[in-house]
Design a protein around this ligand. Structure first.
Ligand SMILES: [Zn+2]
Length: 267
C-alpha cells in the first residue's frame, strides 16, 4: 500500500535524481529576482521517458530551449539571484495552477503524453509535492526574506517560445508578458523598442492570466512586486553565442530599467 506514503517525495525523486530547485547567485545585490520555470527537462527516473521518443523530450514541449544559458549569464551580469526549476514541464508545469488541465498535460501541442494519461490523483499530488511545491516554496521564502530586509525586489520570469507553433510562424524576437503591473512593463517595452533590430511583442506571443500562469500572479502580483515575463524566441538562443549575446543585451536593458525606476523613486 503506497497511499500512506504519498507525502514522501522519495517515491518520485530518489538519491540519483537531481533536486528540483537550482539557485545561482543567491547573495546577488540586484533588485531583479530572476525565475525560470521551464529551465530544465529532467524526468524523475521512476517515470522513465513518459512514453515519449527522445526527440520529443528535447523540443519545446518538454522545456524552454535556450533559456537556461540566458538565465545563468543574465544572473551573473546583473548580480541577480536566479531561482530555476530542473524538471520537465511534462512532469508538472511550474507555471500553471496545479488544478489546471495543463498542469500535467495529457497532450502538448500535437503530442500525446502517454505517461500522463489516466494519472491517479495521488500520482499528480506526488508530482506537485516533489517538484512544484519546493520550487514555489523557495521563491516565496526568498521574497519573504527580501521584504523583511527591505531589499527592493522586481520579479522577472524568464521563458523562451517556439518560432513556429501549430504551423504558425511568430514574427517577434522577444516579448514582455504582464497583466496587472502597470509600472515595469512599459519601461522594459520602451527600451526594447529602442533597439533598432528587434521586433518586440507586447503581451505576445502570450499574455499573463490567473488561469494560464502561476509565477507572476502568485509571486509578483499577489505580493505587490513589480514584475514582467520575458519570452525570447528559441532560434535566437539555440547556441552559446546567441545565449550570451541575449544575456548581454538584456543585462544592459535591465540596468537602464533600474536607473529609470530609481529616477521615478519606484525602487
Ligand atoms: Zn516557459
Amino acid at each position: 500500500m503506497v497511499l500512506d506514503r504519498v507525502g514522501d517525495t522519495s517515491l518520485l525523486l530518489d538519491s540519483q535524481d537531481v533536486p528540483p530547485v537550482l539557485e545561482d547567485n543567491a547573495a546577488g545585490r540586484s533588485p531583479f529576482l530572476l525565475t525560470c520555470d521551464h529551465y530544465g527537462r529532467s524526468i524523475p527516473r521512476i517515470l522513465g521517458d513518459l512514453g515519449l521518443p527522445a526527440a520529443e523530450l528535447t523540443r519545446h514541449i518538454a522545456w524552454d530551449p535556450g533559456i537556461a544559458g540566458v538565465a545563468e549569464a543574465l544572473s551573473k551580469h546583473l548580480d541577480a539571484h536566479l531561482i530555476a526549476q530542473r524538471y520537465s514541464r511534462l512532469v508538472i508545469d511550474c507555471n500553471r495552477p496545479p488544478d489546471a488541465l495543463s498542469s500535467i498535460p495529457r497532450i502538448s501541442e500535437a503530442t500525446l503524453i502517454p505517461g500522463n494519461e489516466g494519472l491517479a490523483r495521488e500520482a499528480a499530488e506526488l508530482r506537485r509535492r516533489a517538484v512544484f511545491d519546493p520550487y514555489h516554496r523557495r521563491i516565496g521564502e526568498v521574497i519573504d526574506r527580501r521584504l523583511r530586509d527591505t531589499v527592493p525586489t522586481v520579479l522577472v520570469s524568464l521563458h523562451s517560445f517556439a518560432p513556429v507553433y501549430a504551423g504558425i510562424a511568430r514574427p517577434w524576437h522577444i516579448g514582455t508578458l504582464y497583466h496587472r503591473d502597470t509600472r515595469l512593463p512599459p519601461l522594459v517595452l520602451k527600451l526594447l523598442r529602442a533597439e533598432p533590430d528587434l521586433v518586440v511583442g507586447d503581451n505576445e506571443p502570450y499574455a499573463v492570466s490567473d488561469e494560464t500562469d502561476y509565477t507572476i500572479p502568485v509571486h509578483g502580483e499577489a505580493r505587490g512586486l513589480m514584475n514582467t515575463g520575458i519570452e525570447i524566441r528559441q532560434d535566437l538562443i539555440a547556441d552559446r553565442d546567441g545565449q550570451s549575446q541575449w544575456a548581454e543585451r538584456l543585462a544592459r536593458i535591465f540596468l537602464e530599467t533600474e536607473t529609470m525606476l530609481r529616477a521615478q523613486q519606484l525602487l
